[in-house]
Design a protein around this ligand. Structure first.
Ligand SMILES: Nc1ncnc2c1ncn2[C@@H]1O[C@H](COP(=O)(O)OP(=O)(O)OP(=O)(O)O)[C@@H](O)[C@H]1O
Ligand SMILES: [Mg+2]
Length: 149
């Protein structure tokens, strides 16, 4: 684990949401958060927590059939992208997602490793793993602007 990484052991959905809520408080417009972790690891729960900070009062939907949900009721826009169903880089471009990823607002991307080229340009990478019934390990890595491409 590198020096800019922090580790959390979440013991419930509510706990994972709270970690997301707190992380979102420190984010500025233009920042992108990449979430990596297998099915059911807690990525959407984390996004729900982020939305409490960035889009209060809105209910986060899992973007199952769309790649993108936009929440614009907060003080800055909040973009939730889920690449689980991404067919390839061409689709990413075709969907115009790059406008959101590098746009005005905060962007969070589930399954960011499906488009690995995105990860180096994100300011925060969160890796989720299963750690037993009801437990998840979250490793939050922050990157300085000079480390991004
Ligand atoms: N500590 C925990 N944090 C988050 N979720 C947990 C935890 N313990 C158990 N769970 C369960 O794991 C599941 C997490 O679902 P969630 O949709 O957040 O995962 P996901 O990583 O977004 O999955 P997907 O890859 O399908 O998008 C839920 O069913 C939740 O109840
Ligand atoms: Mg999800």
């Amino acid at each position: 684990m590198n020096a800019n990484a922090a580790q959390y052991s979440s013991d419930s959905v509510a706990h994972t949401e709270r970690i997301g809520e707190e992380l979102a408080r420190g984010l500025k417009s233009g920042e992108c958060v990449c979430l990596i972790g297998e099915l059911g690891a807690g990525k959407t729960s984390f996004v729900r927590g982020m939305a409490r900070t960035l889009a209060p009062g809105t209910k986060v939907k899992s973007p199952s059939f769309t790649l993108l949900n936009v929440y614009e009721d907060g003080s800055i826009p909040f973009y939730h992208i889920d690449l689980y169903r991404l067919a390839g880089a061409v689709e990413l471009e075709a969907a115009g997602l790059e406008d959101y990823i590098y746009g005005k607002g905060v962007c969070v991307i589930e399954w960011a490793d499906r488009a690995a080229g995105l990860i180096p340009s994100c300011s925060v990478v969160v890796r989720f793993s299963h750690a037993g019934q009801g437990r998840r390990l979250l490793i939050v890595e922050r990157r300085g602007a000079d480390e991004r491409v």
